[in-house]
Design a protein around this ligand. Structure first.
Ligand SMILES: [Zn+2]
Length: 377
């Protein structure tokens, strides 16, 4: 019997809504699921579909403190909790909406199902497209994230005696995850992102390499705005595979944010779905047990196409370029009219290529001098 890969999902995600003007649109998860289904990627013999089950309240307490969780619970009815601002809540990035605590239990539950699935040896890969909320802090909501499912999932793995390598390819720095494991050598965190000089959360510089026993085990690859597929892939290849192999993880956890694309409304990197595809193929080729989580991505069509492509790669399946008819109808209802999975185009041309390459080479050289000698012994 071959190993299975788990896809974890529920339509219950659609019961929640960050609000009409908020960039994180939960229907992107449903559209991704619809495209995956339309391509037949849930009917493969390699696939086990697992409906999401909420996390237990104690699971959230693995990372978050009780006062903060009590505030989130108070906010669950959509009403303003006492001291909301103090905990990062309020109009803007982290709005109060009905069911936000239940939403957090669901997204975290799916991540725990994913990490347990691979840690139990039930299969090689598990994908939770609703996870990847990498900015949430111990007692503060941040960057659309209330509960840090990644940290909780990794802590669960640590409690089971596993070593974890974390790879975060979201356009934003994975600050919440880095901070949680900044002083340990049991988790290797690697984040590739747009520079903190130009993008939220303003951290993730190359010199943030960890502290104490953790020195060398926090790795940051910041990129200048306009960085394209080629430069990004070069840097990824220079840094990530060698470190991950040297670290010998039991499980690789990834945050697969797709807000790095040139047409993402919130960020300024210049990647395409072609570059994303190559990164996902490279992660697959690391040949590790793999808990894959979602992340950012504020163009709904990009999200559906990119994560469908990722799930196909995880299962070793090649997809036809024309998008299935049944999907096109559903996408059109959301005002999305792309007809092809990848499309032909590269990113638009720009004029700072040499400067970007020089800066990226400098960062890579810095990391090879500082973190490589710590991790590669
Ligand atoms: Zn992001």
């Amino acid at each position: 019997m071959g190993m299975k890969n788990a896809f974890i999902y529920t339509d219950a995600y659609l019961d929640y809504n960050y609000g009409p003007t908020h960039p994180l649109r939960i229907p992107r998860l449903k559209l991704t699921y619809e495209l995956i289904r339309a391509y037949g990627l849930l009917d493969l013999p390699s696939v086990k579909f697992i409906p999401t089950i909420k996390a237990d309240e104690e699971d959230l307490g693995l990372f978050h403190n009780k006062e903060y969780l009590d505030v989130l619970k108070q906010a669950n009815d959509g009403c303003w909790p006492e001291d909301g601002y103090f905990y990062g809540l309020g109009p803007g990035d982290n709005p109060i909406f009905a069911g936000l605590y239940d939403w957090s239990l669901l997204t975290t539950g799916a991540t725990l199902q994913a990490v347990d699935f691979v840690a139990n040896g039930e299969g090689e890969v598990a994908f939770n497209i609703a996870g990847g909320l990498h900015h949430a802090m111990k007692s503060k909501a941040s960057g659309f994230c209330y509960v840090n499912d990644l940290v909780i999932g990794i802590l669960r793995l640590l409690n089971r005696g596993k070593r974890v390598a974390y790879i975060d390819i979201d356009a934003h720095h994975g600050d919440g995850v880095q901070k949680a494991f900044y002083q340990t050598d049991q988790v290797l965190t690697i984040s590739l992102h747009e520079s903190g000089y130009s993008l939220f959360p303003g951290t993730g510089f190359e010199y943030e390499i960890g502290e104490g026993k953790g020195e060398g085990y926090s790795v940051n690859l910041p990129f200048l705005p306009d960085t394209d597929d080629e430069v990004y892939l070069w840097a990824f290849e220079e840094i990530v595979p060698e470190l991950v192999h040297a670290f010998h993880p039991d499980v690789v956890v990834t945050q697969l944010g797709v807000d790095t694309f040139y047409n993402d409304p919130l960020t300024k990197l210049n990647l395409t779905i072609h570059g994303f595809e190559k990164v996902v193929r490279r992660i697959k080729s690391l040949d590790q047990r793999w808990a894959a989580l979602g992340g950012g991505g504020y163009d709904v069509s990009n999200v559906a196409r990119a994560w469908t492509l990722a799930w196909a790669i995880m299962n070793g399946v090649e997809l036809n370029e024309p998008l299935p008819e049944s999907y096109l109808e559903k996408a059109a209802r959301l005002g999305i009219y792309e007809k092809e999975l990848r499309g032909r185009g590269g990113s638009p041309p720009y004029g700072r290529r040499e400067e970007i390459m020089r800066e990226t080479e400098r960062v890579v050289e810095f990391l090879r001098k500082t973190v490589f000698p710590k991790v590669i012994r």
